[in-house]
Design a protein around this ligand. Structure first.
Ligand code: DX5
Ligand code: ZN
Length: 224
């Protein structure tokens, strides 16, 4: 069994102190930094892009997991790759040519992830398994932090876990399975039991009270 990877989403960080915030989650034991890019077109919210990414990259020693919620996708991939992204995920509905976009991410030296919304069918995975390094399963509708975990995600998660295990059995290649949205201390055990090996947590991490040990305390609680 692979150890759980925790990926705090900086969407819920204090944007006036992003450098400090990413250093603090890394010091607190985060495995990845999750960087949510929203364009007010594919999703109804607007966040941060390559310029902010470049500004924080030197402050981060752990890998950065870039979640593109943008349409179109392709033009941003070289920019994030050159700026030091490690994993880049996008939503298949937002790309005209999913296979080409996945190849583009790998050509730029990054790991490629496909992000599936709660209502997006798993059939999107059928033809592209060999192009994938990660499946990002959304457990909320993308666009905002702080939403409630959608319970039907657990059944979908078990289905993806089965597929990825069957794929690993035949090919010897492991694909990561990340869950994103509404992950909290009180539901993470069920999420991991259903098959997630990587969990994003935004509001749960950045909203953690100092009295409970701050970021280090909540990351430890999530891991336990
Ligand atoms: C939602 C984003 C998530 C979100 C997670 O569109 O992709 O990464 O920030 O935040 P929480 O953990 O607060 O649901
Ligand atoms: Zn995300």
């Amino acid at each position: 069994v692979q150890p759980l990877r925790l990926a705090p989403s900086i969407l819920s960080a204090d944007f006036s102190r992003l450098g400090e915030e990413v250093r603090a989650i890394e010091a607190g034991g985060a495995d990845l930094v999750h960087f949510d890019v929203m364009d007010n077109h594919y999703v109804p919210n607007l966040t941060i892009g390559p310029l902010v990414f470049q500004a924080i990259r030197p402050h981060v020693g752990i890998p950065i997991d870039v979640h593109l919620m943008v349409e179109p996708v392709d033009a941003l991939i070289p920019q994030f790759a050159k700026a030091g992204a490690n994993i880049i995920s996008f939503h298949p509905e937002a790309s005209r040519h999913v296979d080409r976009t996945l190849a583009l991410i790998r050509e730029h030296g990054c790991q490629a992830g496909l992000a599936l919304n709660p209502a997006t069918p798993l059939a999107w995975l059928d033809q592209v398994m060999e192009r994938l390094d990660m499946v990002l399963l959304m457990s909320v509708n993308p666009g905002f932090g702080g939403q409630a975990f959608i319970p039907s995600t657990l059944a979908k998660l078990r289905q993806v876990r089965q597929r990825l295990d069957a794929y690993a059995d035949t090919t010897g290649r492991r694909i990561w399975l990340e869950v994103d949205g509404g992950v909290k201390v009180d539901n993470i055990a069920a999420i991991v039991a259903a098959g997630a090996d990587t969990c994003v947590a935004g509001s749960a991490v950045f909203g953690a009270p100092d009295a409970d040990g701050g970021y280090r305390g909540v990351l430890r609680a999530l891991r336990q």
